[in-house]
Design a protein around this ligand. Structure first.
Ligand SMILES: O=C(O)CCC(=O)C(=O)O
Ligand SMILES: [Fe+2]
Length: 376
């Protein structure tokens, strides 16, 4: 009797005990090359706990969004140790899962990123395709099955998704609403964690390419684009390659900052905020000379509005009334979030892009009747 109870208790505790540490992903040192870096604002989220603090941060955010379009966030609530552990889980998702198992957990639909995206599925240039592997995880982590190596860490991945959504996305959306002189919760309401939609964690691994591929693509690894969704949270990592297209037409590098987040706006914010927070144009090229040949592991949270949100601007914003609303389409033609993400995802990397007649180095396509540009 006593032994059975003891055994039960032991089983209970072993179920609750922490999973073994994943093999530690040791990130290489940051580049020492002399590069032209973008000068990005740092938003300190510790300041967001008071109303006065939020007002101050909203001013900084408006400034950042109307110039570079990218900014850093610090004091987001994860320690360096927690962040390193997430990168280790990300790396294990690629290194500790065999090719056959990866096939089993590949996405089943063209219109949503879920599970593995294998390499060489997107066109880059001159017949060359990408060398990028993804693993996409909807924030409702258990709605899909995951490879065996990842299973011990699902609770951590769930906590990570919630952390991005509640502790980073919501505070940023509140600052954006304040910047538009809207009620603080106006954009948060359109991005509910519980609603149907695709806000997701993404692990990525870029693999080094052949010299021939580098030449034929002019070193471009991921073509210049704007993100499909609303706010993209990129967990800063030391391997360079990410560049922003600045308003003066120059591509500038994004510098790594330890345990910081690099945040930018996507198309959905252009729609919802009437052009006040334009989607940031960015790309990934071959890492700097002292990092050539290294794989590049990335961890992201791609946020989207609730699937049923119609993507038209908050015209009631006093700021938009003063500065004017830029529209991507008439309100009656506005796609829903669901239509937009599905059509953008199906087209991405596979559609035939048309060279722009107006802008040099730009290619275009129409998605849901809206002009989408790609930047070379
Ligand atoms: O890998 C990066 O640094 C950026 C990736 C990116 O822009 C994207 O996946 O949309
Ligand atoms: Fe992107």
């Amino acid at each position: 009797m006593a032994t059975t109870a003891l055994r039960r208790l032991k089983q209970l505790f072993s179920g609750l005990s922490a999973p073994p540490a994943p093999p530690t992903y040791v990130a290489p040192p940051a580049s020492n090359e002399k590069l032209e870096y973008a000068d990005l604002t740092i938003i300190d989220l510790a300041t967001a706990s008071t109303e006065a603090g939020r007002k101050e941060l909203a001013g900084q955010l408006v400034q950042a969004m109307t110039t570079n379009g990218f900014f850093y966030v610090v004091n987001h609530g994860y320690t360096q140790e927690q962040t390193t552990r997430v990168f280790s889980i990300a790396n294990l998702t690629f290194d500790a899962v065999g090719e056959d198992e990866k096939k089993t957990y590949m996405g089943k639909s063209e219109s949503v990123y879920e599970g593995y995206k294998p390499r060489q599925t997107w066109k880059i240039e001159d017949g060359v395709q990408d060398q990028i592997e993804h693993y996409n995880i909807n924030r409702h982590v258990r709605q899909r099955a995951h490879p065996e190596a990842l299973r011990p860490y699902l609770r951590e991945v769930e906590a990570f998704a919630r952390h991005n959504h509640f502790n980073v996305l919501y505070p940023i959306l509140r600052l954006m609403a304040i910047g538009l002189e809207l009620p603080e919760e106006e954009l948060v309401k359109q991005h509910k964690f519980e609603a149907a939609g695709e806000s997701s964690v993404r692990f990525m691994k870029y693999y080094p390419r052949s010299e021939d591929e580098e030449q034929r693509t002019k070193k471009v690894w991921l073509k210049g684009h704007t993100d499909i969704g609303s706010v993209t949270i990129l967990w800063s990592q030391p391997i360079g390659g990410l560049q922003i297209l600045s308003p003066d037409g120059a591509w500038r590098w994004v510098r790594h900052m330890d345990n910081a987040l690099v945040i930018n706006a996507g198309d959905v914010l252009t729609f919802l905020c009437g052009g006040y927070y334009p989607a940031t144009r960015h790309r990934v090229i071959q890492p700097p000379a002292d990092q050539v040949g290294l794989p590049r592991v990335g961890v992201f949270y791609f946020s989207m509005a609730n699937d049923d949100v119609k993507l038209f601007p908050h015209e009631q914003s006093p700021v938009l009334q003063r500065v004017g609303v830029q529209r991507l389409c008439a309100n009656e033609d506005a796609p829903t979030m669901e239509e937009w993400r599905k059509n953008r995802t199906i087209a991405y990397g596979s559609s035939q892009l048309i060279p722009s007649l107006r802008e040099k180095g730009v290619e275009e396509e129409f998605i849901s009747g809206v002009l989408v540009k790609h930047y070379n």
